[in-house]
Ligand binder design. Structure first.
Ligand SMILES: Cc1cc2nc3c(=O)[nH]c(=O)nc-3n(C[C@H](O)[C@H](O)[C@H](O)COP(=O)(O)OP(=O)(O)OC[C@H]3O[C@@H](n4cnc5c(N)ncnc54)[C@H](O)[C@@H]3O)c2cc1C
Length: 391
């Protein structure tokens, strides 16, 4: 037996935000669990880096995600007290666009179904209260969700892995999983530093999931993130004055971001769309993480009129990845009902806020308990050949 060979009840493969949260929720329930990460915890090569993520409870992606966001908010607070530092600042958030667009209509629908209090602002009210949003057409509106806020990204991943370790999990970094073999009564997970035998594996490998579980219908896309400097100091661009936002520009794309938390840079970035010059299909192994001129070209042109108080020149950027499912909902559950394997992936660009809730649901799945939140629409079985797809 090699030095790092061991047996455990559960092994979690991949410690981005979803895997780290799953490890924490399993360890918190006393499960003998090992988490395996190929790089370090909080590294900048996957989907969970870039200093911040937006938190919203009015989940326009699916009304069924609202209970998951509420559970996650409670668990983010629990993680903050466990870690002894703040992770989520609730600053409120704006969803801006034409009244019928998915951003606005989806948010209002989620708020209606789950009774989340939101405020609707017309264009003059947006201009009065949030003047740094330039060029808002007269017929666009904003939904103000007071429960929205900003999460500290890498710090949240580290906090979850740290909490897992303190609850008894082994956190193994610098260990790439090269194979997950399904055997009688469990799994054998092979890494460069040893073999782990477990009854179950939870695979939370983000954009590397297609390599580990190849038959899944996943598409990985390269998604750059961009920051700008506020002109004339940060006063008008503090996160309270320029809270998190998603803005449908009415045909010119969707932008998102938030004001500065520390007097530094303002996040102002393009949301994924079919612009293949920026959002190129890739694989995690081949993703081009260098920044090219075309990564700035479109966002600079938009910032000139949509946030004219910014200095229109590159300040900072990083490249992340989305792992898209065909219906843009997550993959959470057992593929083919296999009792040895659980998947937590297909993030489709909106999973960070939900990570602790997903960790809780994945832990429930491992333990065979009813899920804390029903996520039937995320069942991997919806993509099984011959099984009709559910929306
Ligand atoms: C630009 C951008 C903006 C976003 N904005 C938001 C937002 O505002 N709000 C929001 O809620 N969500 C947002 N998201 C989505 C969110 O960030 C992701 O859904 C989330 O980070 C996915 O986490 P993950 O743990 O699934 O993947 P990852 O963070 O990629 O983690 C997977 C981990 O598995 C490890 N791994 C993979 N293969 C192996 C292996 N063979 N052996 C060992 N380890 C392995 C990887 O190294 C990695 O650490 C955004 C995403 C991007 C890219």
């Amino acid at each position: 037996m090699a030095e790092h060979d061991r047996a455990a009840e559960v092994v979690v493969v991949g410690l981005g935000v979803v895997g780290a949260a799953t490890l924490w929720r399993l360890a918190a329930r006393g499960v003998d669990v090992v988490g395996v990460e190929q790089f370090t915890v909080g590294h900048p090569w996957g989907s969970s880096h870039g200093s911040t993520r937006m938190f919203r409870t009015t989940c326009l992606e699916h009304p069924g995600l609202v209970p998951l966001a509420r559970l996650s908010r409670r668990l983010w607070r629990e993680l903050e007290s466990e870690a002894g530092r703040p992770l989520l600042a609730e600053t409120g958030g704006l969803l801006i666009g034409p009244p019928g667009c998915h951003l606005v209509a989806g948010t209002l629908e989620a708020a209606r179904v789950h009774d989340v209090a939101v405020e609707v602002l017309d264009a003059p009210a947006i201009a009065r209260r949030f003047p740094e949003h330039g060029g808002v057409p007269d017929d666009h509106i904003a939904v103000l969700d007071s429960t929205a806020g900003v999460l500290r990204a890498e710090d949240a991943v580290r906090a979850a892995a740290g909490a897992a370790g303190r609850a008894g999990a082994e956190v193994r970094t610098g260990a790439a999983v090269t194979g997950i073999e399904l055997v009688d009564g469990g799994v054998v997970v092979t890494t460069g530093t040893g073999t782990i035998r477990a009854r179950q594996a939870v695979v939370t490998a983000g954009p590397w999931l297609p390599r580990l579980v190849p038959e899944l219908p996943l598409t990985v896309v390269r998604t750059p993130m961009t920051w700008f400097r506020p002109a004339g100091g940060s006063g008008r661009f503090g996160v309270e004055q320029f809270p998190i936002f998603l803005r449908d520009l009415g045909g010119a794309g969707i932008v998102y971001g938030h004001g500065t938390r520390d007097g530094g840079l303002v996040k102002f970035a393009l949301e994924y769309d079919d612009d293949a010059a920026v959002f190129r299909e890739t694989s995690a192994a081949d993703c081009d993480r260098r920044i090219a001129e075309q990564d700035w070209k479109r966002i600079e042109a938009i910032a000139r009129w949509a946030a004219p108080g910014l200095v229109i020149e590159p300040a900072e950027t990083t490249v992340c990845m989305y792992t898209l499912t065909p219906d843009r909902q997550f993959l959470v559950g057992r593929p083919h009902g296999d009792p040895r394997l659980v998947l937590g992936g297909g993030d489709s660009g909106h999973a960070f806020k939900h990570a602790p809730g997903l960790g809780e649901v994945l832990a429930d799945t491992v333990l065979g308990r009813p899920p804390a939140v029903a996520l039937d629409f995320a069942d991997p079985g919806r993509f099984d050949p011959g099984v009709p797809r559910r929306a």
